[in-house]
Write a protein that binds this ligand. Sequence first.
Ligand code: ZN
Length: 181
Amino acid sequence: MRERELIKIDRNGTKHFRVWTCPKCGGKGKDSAWSKSGWYCFKCGGTGIFEHIEKEYTPEYLAKQAEKNRRKAEQEIADRKAAYEADPVKSYREVRFGDSGILYVVTEPNTYSIKEDLKADGAKWRPQMSRWTFTERPKKWQTVGIRFEDLYHVNEYGVVALIDKPEYQAVDEMIGKGKGE
Ligand SMILES: [Zn+2]
């Protein structure tokens, strides 16, 4: 049996081969790795033969593709950064920071006992912070305003990401541990 047959060489110099050796088992047909499911390769049914096409690229073509992909990735990052510059509020919303980019974190002692009142006033529980928060400063409750930029930035990939630590940790440090629990 022939192992492979050259079908064509395309304009990029890529060689297209018809190959009969099963790519899953390498032509063995069975292997101890599949002993639990009956030893036989499911792709070729144990024959070791599975007709398929394989391509062999020239180094020049591979280099060209790599360069193309690199440029595309660079452009995507630039686009994401530009989108953030054009509309930072969208990024606030993505991390549910409201439209002002500021969350007012409730620092009242023992918020558990007043959670129904907070809820009634429009406070939202933010699990990432383990805190009750308002998107507008409430009159009735003691809060500390945390800016989006205190916790997030647009990273090297143009993606909105936490600056250096989880929200709850950063907020604890900003407002002092123990408060609001
Ligand atoms: Zn196989």
